[in-house]
Design a binder for this molecule. Structure first.
Ligand code: FHN
Length: 589
């Protein structure tokens, strides 16, 4: 299924889950003890592999990855024919485990059974498995579990407990319960849960003893249907499971998919799973690969917010991981070799506000604290401002070579000074280790101008009154859906440079245009939120006018709904751009 579709499904699923009651799941051992290795690991490999890889993304006029059977409504008879071509002839589990280890990944999660119902292991309860139905004719999970564990990595299994497009009664997205596109799929969902899902989950838990069970796509899952599956976790007392079982079971981890929540999930363990191109499963002509810079940016962004990063590879039917994935993971591994200490066993940044030049991770150091400054976009003045930090900075060193970095104080907090020679403007990937006295104390500060003089007012720096969620989609942080017409959004700003500024707002409403917002605190403006059909990836800019700032001035900008017929809107970014600027709008990260 392509990246965009998976985001939509994931959003629907997560919203569904959140709406259900949060029945505590039975966990036979202390959660902190169970989660310890996972919280330290930070970085894992996701593997989507199965019969769909034989089609390599194409069936008739349909193009999709692991959803191609559903998207193409492929009859079961025909799909069985593809399974016979699934021979895993080049499969080298040792090489896969080596790649994960070389990349600096600390755990591997592979699909034991995805939505097409095909088991990558010999199952006792079906002949739709790698032993009876595929050319491979051998267990594909056991050797990978062995090789992964030989390298001291943890081994996890993904299992599609509800969607199963092969076995009678398995759920099929957008089809009424018990039906499907092929008569052979018809049957009772409850019988499917009893006869396939429960015994298979028991099989994989007892046979492979996974450290993680990654449930997925909990459609039509009631508490009654989910409970027997949840109970099976007792077979693996230390196992970690996620929030996608359904039936109100929240599991141990939140699972944002292909996005990074702007402020993480405070108080919950969470893991962003991410495709490396646009698909989870193998698509031969999907070359929309993340760049090395994007992967490192995502890694440090996620870890700085307290999360884990589960990055996916989609091997082809022969068992070859696409070369671009191998090349990217090899580059990431080289970076992790130098910077791993700033990722593993770290905790979230003490800075809850956006840091324009990068991200921060932390680690206790006796009674003091280590801050790891991850440079993602080196400012032209070479100054890494730690806005609002009240602690004394004892020293700073470049992680790569241990050379000292200069420290300075500023009215807004301490600064690490980075010479151009060490870190040219706009460069990324350098990590600086800063020793600070005591436990971090950060006082809230106003938004300051970025190094290009532009004030960028992002969702994470906003003060929200009323219930308005923050999330991120297609790389854009955003406030919304803003449904409450009595709520307001505001930012506190410090003007470090006098002058005229253009006031721009990036916002959108998925409905027809109509809702309007007033802007106060920096002149009085009112504007209608633009509507967009591609609202999830499109935040039209509205230029409201020009304002004058006085140096040293501190002020608030407040957005307040004015329309009577208020409709949900999304705010991505408010900017104050120096009038003389030829404006460059950074994709909202
Ligand atoms: O439908 C699946 C999809 O194929 C893929 O496995 C992702 C990975 O998290 N999960 C579901 C979409 O949310």
């Amino acid at each position: 299924m392509n990246r965009h579709l998976s985001i939509m499904f994931a959003a629907i699923l997560i919203a569904t889950l959140a709406a259900q009651s949060n029945e505590p799941i039975f966990r036979p051992s202390d959660k902190n003890e169970r989660m310890a290795w996972w919280r330290e690991a930070k970085f894992g490999m996701f593997i989507h592999w199965g019969v769909y890889a034989v089609l390599a993304g194409h069936y008739e006029d349909v193009r999709d990855g692991e959803w191609i059977m559903h998207a193409g409504k492929i009859p079961l008879d025909r799909y069985r024919g593809y399974a016979r071509q699934f021979n895993a002839g080049q499969y080298d589990p040792a090489a896969w485990a080596d790649l994960a280890a070389r990349a600096g990944m600390r755990y591997v999660v592979i699909t034991a059974k995805h939505h097409d119902g095909f088991a990558l292991y010999p199952s006792e309860v079906t002949d739709w498995d790698v032993m009876d139905a595929a050319g491979a004719k051998r267990d594909l999970l056991a050797p990978l579990a062995r090789e992964v564990r030989k390298r001291n990595l943890k081994f996890g299994l993904y299992y599609s407990q509800a969607q199963d497009w092969y076995h009678p009664g398995g759920a099929k997205y957008r089809y009424p319960e018990g039906t499907g596109w092929d008569k052979a799929q018809q049957g009772s969902f409850d019988d499917y849960i009893r006869d396939i899902a429960v015994p298979q989950v028991r099989e994989i838990l007892t046979r492979y003893e996974p450290d993680v069970l990654w449930w997925d796509f909990p459609m039509d899952m009631t508490t009654a249907r989910a409970s027997p599956l949840a109970e099976l976790l007792k077979l693996r007392p230390g196992i970690i499971s996620n929030d996608r079982l359904g039936g109100g079971y929240m599991g141990d981890t939140e699972t944002p998919e292909n996005y990074i929540p702007p402020v993480g999930f405070p108080g919950r363990d969470w893991e962003t799973c991410m495709t490396m191109n646009d698909n989870w499963g193998y698509v031969r002509d999907d070359n929309d690969w993340l760049s090395f810079r994007e992967i490192i940016t995502q890694l440090v962004d996620i870890v700085s917010k307290g999360g884990n990063y589960l990055l996916n590879v989609g091997p082809d039917a022969d068992g070859r991981i696409p070369q671009p994935s191998i090349d990217l993971l090899t580059q990431v591994g080289a970076w992790m070799k130098v910077n791993g200490e700033s990722i593993y066993e770290t905790q979230a940044s003490p800075f809850k506000r956006r840091i324009p030049w990068g991200r921060v991770t932390t680690k206790p150091d006796g009674s003091n604290t280590l801050l790891y400054l991850h440079v993602l976009d080196m400012p032209k003045d070479g100054r890494l401002l730690l806005t609002g930090l009240k602690n004394e900075c004892l020293s700073a060193r470049f992680l790569a070579d241990g050379s000292a970095a200069k420290l300075e104080r500023s009215p807004f907090g301490p600064c690490v000074i980075v010479p151009e020679s060490k870190c040219p403007q706009g460069s990324f990937g350098t990590t600086i280790k800063v020793w600070i006295k005591g436990h971090p104390e950060v006082e809230p500060m106003p938004v300051l101008a970025d190094d290009d003089g532009i004030y960028r007012l992002y969702p994470m720096d906003a003060k929200l009154t009323g219930e308005i969620p923050l999330d991120q989609q297609f790389g854009y942080d955003r406030i919304g859906p803003w449904k409450d017409p009595t709520a307001t959004v505001s930012w506190s700003i410090h003007a470090s440079k006098a002058g005229s500024y253009r006031l721009l707002v990036r916002s959108v409403t998925p409905d027809s245009a109509g809702p309007a917002l007033s802007v106060r605190g920096i002149g009085d403006f009112q504007f209608e939120i633009p509507a967009s059909k591609t609202w999830k990836r499109d935040y039209p800019v509205r230029e409201l006018g020009t304002v004058t700032l006085r140096e040293g001035e501190r002020f608030e900008i407040e957005l307040k709904p004015v329309a009577k017929e208020w409709k949900p809107v999304y705010i991505h970014l408010v900017e104050l751009v120096p009038a003389e600027h030829t404006h460059r709008f950074k994709k909202g990260k």
